[in-house]
Design a protein around this ligand. Sequence first.
Ligand SMILES: Cc1cc2nc3c(=O)[nH]c(=O)nc-3n(C[C@H](O)[C@H](O)[C@H](O)COP(=O)(O)O)c2cc1C
Length: 368
Amino acid sequence: MIYQRLLRPLLFRFDPEWAHDQAIAWGAAATGIPGLLRCASRMHRVDDSRLNIRVAGICFENPLGLAAGYDKSGRAVAAMASLGFGHLEVGSVSAIPSAGNAKPRLWRLPIDHAICVHYGLPNDGAAAVAKRLQDQSISTPLGINLVNTNHGECSDAISPDEILQDYVTAADTLRECASYFMLNLSCPNTSDGRAFFDTPGHLRELLDRLASISIDVPLFLKLSPDWDDAAIDRILQTVDGFESVAGFMFNLSSRRRSGLATPREIWNDWPGAISGAPTKEWMDRRIVSLYRQMDRRRHRIIAAGGVATAEDAYRKLRAGASLVQLLTALVYEGPGVVRRINRGLLGLLEHDGVSHIDDIVGADVDLS
Ligand SMILES: Cc1cc2nc3c(=O)[nH]c(=O)nc-3n(C[C@H](O)[C@H](O)[C@H](O)COP(=O)(O)O)c2cc1C
């Protein structure tokens, strides 16, 4: 309530990217005050074994994680962990530092509880992020989202070999820091990111190269929700021979902007992808269809897109996700959202007479 009544109105008076940078800077500063983080953790953590879930051999205290894009360069992981998340995903991180796209590149749509993002993957690069993560120890599982470097619109064309090598270098540099890697195959904000993995051989080559340097961290693939079932099927066939691939999630769409309450003249000229509440329902449909398509004995889904309440998270789990993530709700609801969702999940389990969170995964999906 303090966040929504006082802090959010104040932060929303400022440029969205500046406000985001401040939040990360405060989190980074809090890292130097362990007593404060212990106190925050006591306030936010929901410690209940009914929420524990094991995915890809990793034990998660609860199914709710922080999505990639909030703490891009791992500056504030200790502070973010103290908010009660079951996992954190930092990134996207590339082999070489990147300034991302030109500013402005972030806008709020308050009526829709949404964000329009055209960051274009700014990050400090794998070596700097690895050093920073080694200096901050957290017990919360840490995913690292990897992507190829965005060299900017005016850079020379990059060859497929260089793009693939970029992922491999980043993975090699960060392997000691990650509980899992999320391979971002689908950034909606860069031209390379949208099209490169449409060519099926590129994914196979990437997985082969990661195997050749013995990356033994579980791999998740962040897919484009704009790929149709046939394209997803090709991805599933490609990963078939790779034990290291543990599952999938969907990124934001580079195309879809339907159902916004904000008048079109406000957002029509903004480049980028829409996150938050407007993505909720169609993302749930994509999860159901992926859950039906994939090998459920081998693969798991991490779901994001408009999670702001326990009901939103519960629906995604029942649609087939084993873990859920949020980002936009942290901006609109504040840090208390994590505890509210985890406590709400316990209430929903009790209401439905279910003893453990794992038992609801895919419960709403008709597999006949
Ligand atoms: C400001 C912002 C930055 C993001 N940056 C990244 C990123 O660097 N890499 C990535 O894979 N996804 C990125 N995303 C997508 C989120 O990880 C997440 O998949 C998406 O926002 C849906 O969750 P939400 O509706 O809870 O925000 C970003 C999203 C936002 C809003």
